[in-house]
Design a protein. Structure first.
Length: 146
């Protein structure tokens, strides 16, 4: 988690000991908000399936919800993952880079990354914050590089 960014508040529901709906978790989270290890997901129990640092170790058949922030001037190396990524830009803007072109993503834009070799770059003067849902996927091209 980027220590300079404000923590994301997580509110997670569940059932109490009497089987009534309740708030199980209400507080700050690290990068990964929640992870499921299968679909359909198992919503029973009270175990915390999030609040951990970012990882590409997503269970086969599972999902991962996270928040990522790029500071002004920051970016990433070019890489590929064996995931289907849904990215929603919730603040700022960031450039998504592929081998053949770039797209400037602004607040409200949605990116669907299908395992393509890519990188990120924030050329702006404010942080870019995005919400990411990652789903394990079969490799495309040469597959994951990270």
């Amino acid at each position: 988690m980027n220590p300079a960014r404000r923590p994301t508040r997580r509110v997670v529901t569940g059932l109490d000991e009497q089987g009534r709906s309740c708030i199980l978790i209400d507080g700050p989270s690290k990068d990964i908000i929640w992870t499921s290890d299968r679909s359909p997901a198992d919503n029973s129990g009270t175990a915390d399936a999030g609040g951990v640092p970012f990882t590409f170790d997503i269970p086969l058949g599972g999902t991962q919800l996270g928040v990522h922030e790029f500071a002004p001037g920051a970016g990433s190396m070019m890489h590929a993952t064996d995931t289907l990524d849904y990215a929603v830009i919730v603040a700022g803007e960031v450039t998504f880079i592929t081998e053949t072109g770039e797209a400037l993503l602004r607040t409200g834009d949605v990116l669907i990354d299908r395992g393509a070799y890519h990188g990120w770059r924030n050329d702006g003067d404010v942080p870019c914050r995005m919400v990411l849902v990652l789903v394990k996927a079969l490799p495309v091209g040469k597959g994951a590089t990270v």
